[in-house]
Design a protein around this ligand. Structure first.
Ligand code: IYR
Length: 222
């Protein structure tokens, strides 16, 4: 085994205690404005902003730093249409047959149904794939560790980056989603994790009146 290569942590910024508190508060105040939106404007989004958000997501920590993710940025209307058709087919089945009543009851406050116009209207769909194993150029397989956790973290960072850029997003998970491998021509070591729909909110958009849990409900101190 080669000796690991370490270098000094030059990117770290040190803040005073007061500044630390202020920054944590400012971040919370800003991120709590984030809302999932299901109606998008067709106003174009600069591609450079999407690229920067993906660069941010790609800095996420991952199991053994193997970075088991792949992002497909879809802007082509023909491909978006194909994705919409395939997703709506699955969703029709889901809402009409597959979903148990309990699941439909849980979804009721969100007002979702099998219509997914945002898959065509929004300027960008970022389809996130998780690698169950990686492939070296010579065809050898490389095992991945904590793929789903890693891709979940990267996706969270992507959502935060999109919000920070002044854009809105929707996490969409048609189930099953294997049609995405076919439409997007991705290899079978990659599994679709989520479609992140990204753009500007439609004019006058409304969001469901739902609440986040209070601090006491989500934290315990010991
Ligand atoms: N995939 C379906 C259903 C759905 C499921 C959950 I859990 C949600 O939080 C929202 C929707 C759909 O996209 O409509």
């Amino acid at each position: 085994m080669n000796k690991p290569n370490f270098h000094p942590l030059t990117s770290y910024k040190k803040y005073s205690e007061q500044e630390t508190i202020k920054r944590s508060k400012n971040f919370y105040e800003d991120i709590k404005r984030r809302r999932t939106v299901r109606e998008f404007s067709d106003k174009p989004v600069p591609k450079e902003a999407i690229v920067n958000c993906i660069l941010a997501a790609g800095t996420a920590p991952s199991g053994a730093n193997l970075q088991p993710w792949h992002f497909v940025v879809v802007a082509d209307p023909k491909i978006k249409k194909q994705i919409r058709i395939a997703a709506e087919e699955e969703e029709r089945e889901f809402y009409a047959k597959r979903a148990p009543k309990e699941w439909l009851d849980a979804l009721a406050p969100l007002g979702t149904d099998e219509q997914k116009p945002f898959l065509e209207n929004a300027p960008y769909l970022i389809v996130i794939f998780s690698k169950s194993f990686d492939l070296l150029p010579d065809g050898r397989k490389v095992k991945q560790y904590y793929s789903l956790e890693s891709v979940g973290i990267a996706t969270g960072m992507l959502i935060a980056a999109v919000h920070n850029a002044g854009l809105v997003s929707l996490t969409h998970t048609p189930s099953p989603m294997n049609f995405l491998n076919k439409i997007l021509d991705r290899p079978n070591n990659e599994r679709p994790f989520l479609i992140l729909v990204v753009g500007y909110p439609a004019d006058g958009v409304k969001v469901p009146d739902i609440k986040k849990k209070a601090l006491e409900e989500i934290v315990t101190y010991k």
